[in-house]
Design a binder for this molecule. Sequence first.
Ligand SMILES: Cc1cc2nc3c(=O)[nH]c(=O)nc-3n(C[C@H](O)[C@H](O)[C@H](O)COP(=O)(O)OP(=O)(O)OC[C@H]3O[C@@H](n4cnc5c(N)ncnc54)[C@H](O)[C@@H]3O)c2cc1C
Length: 265
Amino acid sequence: MPATEPIYFVGLGSNLLVRDGGLPGTVVFTHWALRQLRLEADGNEIYAEAGLPSPKVARFAALHGLAGAEFLAGIPGTVGGALAMNAGCHGGETWDIVARVRTVDRAGQLHDRAPAQYQVSYRTVLLKAEAGGIHPASRIPHPSEEWFVAAIFKLVRGDGAASREKIRELLTRRIATQPLNEPNAGSVFRNPTGDFAARLIEACGLKGHAIGGAAISPKHANFIVNRRDACAADIEALIECALAAVKAKFGIELEREVRIIGEAK
Ligand SMILES: Cc1cc2nc3c(=O)[nH]c(=O)nc-3n(C[C@H](O)[C@H](O)[C@H](O)COP(=O)(O)OP(=O)(O)OC[C@H]3O[C@@H](n4cnc5c(N)ncnc54)[C@H](O)[C@@H]3O)c2cc1C
């Protein structure tokens, strides 16, 4: 593969908006390939490959009486996506429980890496400069040329029944507050410090506002749902509309959480 060929790893696409013109380059879908899940010999670590759905890891941990991974039940993507996004909810974040990760580079070489080799923050994960992930000259972070193959999660001994109950509660809360019966890509914007993106968008009167087949969810204003054959351009137009309205009314520049990739048609 030429060194300039763009490569995209995609898990379940639950945080992605792919523009209508598609992606130039090679797309690697991990979901059907990287599926191994096992308890490591010490009994407190779980080896989970990148294509596994995160909720499966939460349930596996609970089944083996391990606590700390319950939050993964609320994240409808893969382990690879959770590592790339430092996905989190209900007080837990993916990298809080990572002991090690395995990655692959463009040449197919595998690397075993420690969390200390990454710069991890809210929904952002970058390989550090000394590991080759942040451009050493400019110091400007850029996406690393390594992708996640697996994680080893370090958990603590707990009570399986209590973990299962925690998962049940978390899912009940999500069903009550999120439009899970309509296609969406989760929270569109990050919450600005001290406020909520949903509150700001709702205060602009945008709940239910539609463009083409897409609408700002009447159930949760930080979700955009696909009502009927929306194209990516409809969704992107709604994102721009919410950004402009919140900026005009509150002077706040919302930051996108959903990742937009590909080319416009
Ligand atoms: C209803 C709903 C609720 C959600 N709730 C939450 C929440 O509470 N908290 C939260 O954090 N997120 C939430 N999300 C967003 C999303 O589920 C997470 O970001 C999830 O971790 C993305 O996983 P994915 O496999 O779908 O990744 P994708 O959407 O496929 O990809 C996301 C990013 O990760 C990269 N990536 C994917 N796999 C790999 C890999 N193996 N190696 C390197 N990079 C990779 C992709 O290139 C892309 O940049 C929600 C989404 C939905 C639809």
